[in-house]
Design a protein around this ligand. Sequence first.
Ligand code: NAP
Ligand code: ZN
Ligand code: ZN
Length: 347
Amino acid sequence: MIKTKGYAAASAKALLQPYAFERREPREHDVAIDIKFCGICHSDIHQARDEWGGSIFPMVPGHEIGGVVTAVGSKVTKYKAGDKVGVGCFVDSCRACAPCIQGFEQFCIHSPVFTYNSREKDGTPTMGGYSDNIVVDENYVLRMPGNLPMDAAAPLLCAGITLYSPLKHWQAGPGKKVAILGLGGLGHMGVKIGHAMGAEVTVLSHSLRKQADAKRLGADRFYATSDPDTFLKLQGEFDLIINTVSSPIDFDPYMALLKIEGSMVLVGIPEKPIQLAAFSVIAGRRSLSGSMIGGIQETQEMLDFCAQHEIACDIEVIPIERVNEAYERVVKSDVRYRFVIDMASLR
Ligand code: NAP
Ligand code: ZN
Ligand code: ZN
């Protein structure tokens, strides 16, 4: 077994604290990775605080992992020691169901094995990237772009793919008006990627505080949702709204901002069920939909797209001792725009 250092939450009410545990030795198809950086996703906070229910403790969160391969199993063909690699939100899936075969491993009908707060096929709880190493099957490892700094590229593994996948699926591109609702970790990647795809990008944020940032990130327009005029001015405006908001909001006024047959796609995951007036979808044949991360092949495609367009995340790098403070700041929307833990602070 591999002795591993990390940070874990012992329960939903506990702060994250240093935690020692063991990982398996690499099997034939496994890649052993020295973790250099790991992003802090709002999903880490939801799960560490058991806001979605069913959390497994102790929990080592982290699914935006950038690192370097240290060893590979005897049958590994895709990676070798020294390669720069990434690991995202899941580390295995059944590989046999229709979604897995189509490259939608994130929608595996038996559930993917998530990177943490989940169980391996043998029942072992998975432990995530707030740690110094991880062992993952080569088929669930990504190749990191050589031209992007690894700290700023690590959050692409969740924030990047979660926005790339719906933007591509709903055909963001020239002539399309896309709104990004919520300018946080996910939202800021939506602005960068949507802009690179050629769409006209509007940010809808709860105040005007982030306006200058949004322009710098590539947004064409910016509106505060705290201003009731915003909802009058933007009636029937957008082909696509990507909703990244992590807390419950009233969806109906946003549905009215869609064109006929426009779609609002949920990627934010508030803890409570949502409510929607039937008229919000009936009028204008509008759609409310959702999207969850992306498959392995699409995640690699996203990394290559970001490399080509030189897109990475805007980050604040922290030592791991500051993780609890970072959680508080994420919850207050006080992050520009992703915290990334430098794992050198753990060694
Ligand atoms: P984040 O950095 O905290 O960003 C969320 C943004 O939502 C905030 O920056 C804020 O933007 C806005 N917001 C928060 N509370 C709000 C409120 N009460 N009213 C209006 N706007 C509010 O979080 P994140 O890491 O981007 O994650 C966002 C959500 O997506 C989380 O629920 C997370 O679990 C989920 N998620 C889903 C997937 C998926 O696959 N679907 C993947 C990763 C994460 P403004 O300041 O601009 O208003
Ligand atoms: Zn995430
Ligand atoms: Zn499957």
